[in-house]
Design a binder for this molecule. Structure first.
Ligand SMILES: [Fe+2]
Length: 277
C-alpha cells in the first residue's frame, strides 16, 4: 500500500457508488480502498493464480530492472531478505510459499487481498502480524508506473523487509497503534508509515541505503532517493509525524534511520506519549 485515499468504496451517495463517483472525478478506481467482505485467505489457504506469459514476462522485466539498480543503493536487510525468500526473476512468488518462509523467519504470515484495503482491514491484519498482499501484476502498459497496488510492489517491495526482526516488530507495533489512533494521530501515523515503510532510508557504515518499499519497487524513486537531490534528515519520530509528503511527485525530503532498533525504540516512545499502547 503506497497510499490510502480518503474515499470509501462501500459508501453509496446520491445513488452512486464511490467507484462511479471516482470515475466521474477522474480518480483511478483501483486507488479507492475496499472493505473485505469476509476473512482473507492466509498462508496455505491461498491458491496461486495461473499467471499468463505476459504476467511472467512483466515480473521478470521489473525484477531484473530493480535488481540492476539496487547494488549500492538498497540496504543490507532488504538485499538479504530477497535472497532468503528465494525471489528470482524467473518466477512470480507463491504467496503460500512466501508466507511459510516468512513465518519461519519472523512469525509474519501473508494474506491474499483483492486490492487497496480500507485502513481498518489493513491495520487489523498488520496488528496480527499478517501482511496483506495482492497476487496480480501490472500490465505491460504500466511497467514504469502504476498508481494501483500490484504484487510487484507488495512482494518485491515489502516482503524482504519483513524478514528483518526489528523492522518486523516495528510494523506489528505500528498496526496496533493505528488501531487505537483517533483524529490527528491517524494523520501522524500515515506520515510515519510513508517515511518508514514506504520511503525509509537507513545509514549503514558503508553509506546511505534504501529500505522503503515505495522506493525499492520504483525505477524513478530509486534513482532519486540517494542521488543527493532529496534532502535527507536524521530520523526522529517527533519530526516525521509533522512532515507532509508528496503523493504524486518525487520526495523532496526523506529521513534516515541510524538502525532498525532506533525505529523500534523511537516509535515505542512516541506511541507511549500518545497513549496508543
Ligand atoms: Fe506499499
Amino acid at each position: 500500500m503506497k497510499n490510502a485515499s480518503k474515499l470509501d468504496a462501500s459508501v453509496a451517495e446520491n445513488g452512486q457508488t464511490a467507484y462511479e463517483r471516482a470515475a466521474e472525478d477522474g480518480i483511478d478506481p483501483r486507488c479507492i480502498p475496499v472493505r473485505l467482505d469476509g476473512p482473507a485467505p492466509v498462508g496455505d489457504e491461498i491458491i496461486s493464480p495461473d499467471y499468463s506469459e505476459e504476467d511472467r514476462s512483466n515480473w521478470k522485466f521489473l525484477f531484473n530492472r530493480q535488481m540492476d539498480l539496487l547494488p549500492g543503493r538498497a540496504g543490507d536487510a532488504f538485499v538479504n531478505g530477497v535472497e532468503s525468500l528465494g525471489m528470482t526473476a524467473d518466477k512470480i512468488p507463491s504467496l503460500a510459499d512466501m508466507s511459510a518462509q516468512m513465518e519461519t523467519a519472523t512469525g509474519w504470515r501473508l494474506a491474499r487481498i483483492p486490492g487497496l484495503l480500507h485502513e481498518k482491514d489493513f491495520f487489523s491484519l498488520i496488528s496480527n502480524r499478517i501482511f496483506p498482499s495482492t497476487d496480480y501484476i501490472r500490465g505491460t502498459d504500466e511497467l514504469d508506473y502504476t498508481p494501483a497496488p500490484d504484487c510487484f510492489h507488495d512482494m518485491f517491495g515489502h516482503m524482504p523487509m519483513l524478514t528483518e526482526p526489528a523492522f518486523a516488530d516495528y510494523y506489528q507495533h505500528f498496526g496496533q497503534a493505528a488501531m487505537n489512533a483517533t483524529g490527528q494521530q491517524r494523520v501522524q501515523l500515515e506520515r510515519m508509515h510513508w517515511f518508514t515503510v514506504e520511503f525509509g532510508l537507513v545509514r549503514q557504515t558503508n553509506g546511505l541505503r534504501i529500505f522503503g518499499a515505495g522506493i525499492l519497487s520504483s525505477k524513478g524513486e530509486v534513482a532519486h532517493a540517494v542521488s543527493g537531490k532529496a534532502e535527507v534528515l536524521p530520523f526522529s519520530a517527533e519530526r516525521v509525524v509533522d512532515q507532509e509528503y508528496e503523493v504524486w511527485n518525487l520526495q523532496p525530503r526523506l529521513f534516515a534511520l541510524e538502525s532498525f532498533d532506533q525505529l523500534v525504540s523511537e516509535f515505542k516512545n512516541w506511541t507511549l506519549t500518545q497513549g496508543l499502547v
